[in-house]
Write a protein of this length. Structure first.
Length: 202
């Protein structure tokens, strides 16, 4: 009887010790977290402003995107459908944009030429219109989908799909250049060749 009583006391003590340890540990952890949050408050506030979209957001990407969108909306119906011409966004801004839009661009970019919207698809919408964007976006989406699907059987085709996907995501914040778009078309050609002829795949 004494042995059982002793064992039950030990078990009860250990259980209470674990509960107490968990409570104290939780309080200590909560205090540590609150202290770290308080110390990092300024850093958090400095970081959160990146989440607020404005004209200055993303190295003035907000301003370039807004300018591209307004170029499209200020164009007449014909130019909405077919665009203002390849690489002609600056010409449109200089000659046909409203004074308000011209002043906004001048204020943000201090008279420097804004030749594109720093967003590939938005720039294409302005330059070659709705038909051009639908054609280009359809091509890129089809290539990415087909290559990634075929990538289940061919690692190389899947790699080509990821390359085109990475280019597309990057160019949501950038623009076409002869150095990158030509390389992407070469990758697309390689991927389609391997996809259409599985015996060439490894």
């Amino acid at each position: 009887m004494a042995m059982r009583s002793s064992n039950s006391v030990i078990a009860w003590s250990m259980r209470n010790f674990r509960i107490t340890f968990l409570i104290v540990g939780s309080l200590f952890t909560a205090g540590f977290i609150l202290r770290r949050v308080r110390l990092a408050k300024v850093q958090i506030e400095d970081t959160l402003f990146w989440l607020v979209f404005s004209a200055a957001w993303g190295s003035n990407r907000g301003a370039t995107w807004s300018t591209g969108a307004r170029c499209f909306w200020e164009a007449d119906l014909l130019h909405k459908i077919f665009g203002v011409g390849p690489d002609c966004m600056y010409a449109f801004l200089s000659n046909e944009a409203s004074p308000e839009l011209q002043n906004m661009v001048y204020d943000f970019f201090y008279g420097n030429r804004l030749t594109n919207a720093h967003n590939e698809w938005l720039t294409i919408l302005v330059d070659i219109g709705v038909l051009g964007l639908v054609s280009y976006a359809g091509m890129m989406i089809s290539v990415i989908r087909n290559f990634l699907h075929a990538g289940k059987k061919s690692m190389l085709v899947g790699a080509c799909g990821f390359c085109v996907l990475a280019y597309t995501v990057n160019n949501m914040f950038s623009f076409q250049q002869v150095m990158n778009i030509s390389t992407v078309f070469v990758i697309m050609g390689i991927g389609e060749n391997l996809r259409s002829a599985p015996e060439r795949c490894v």
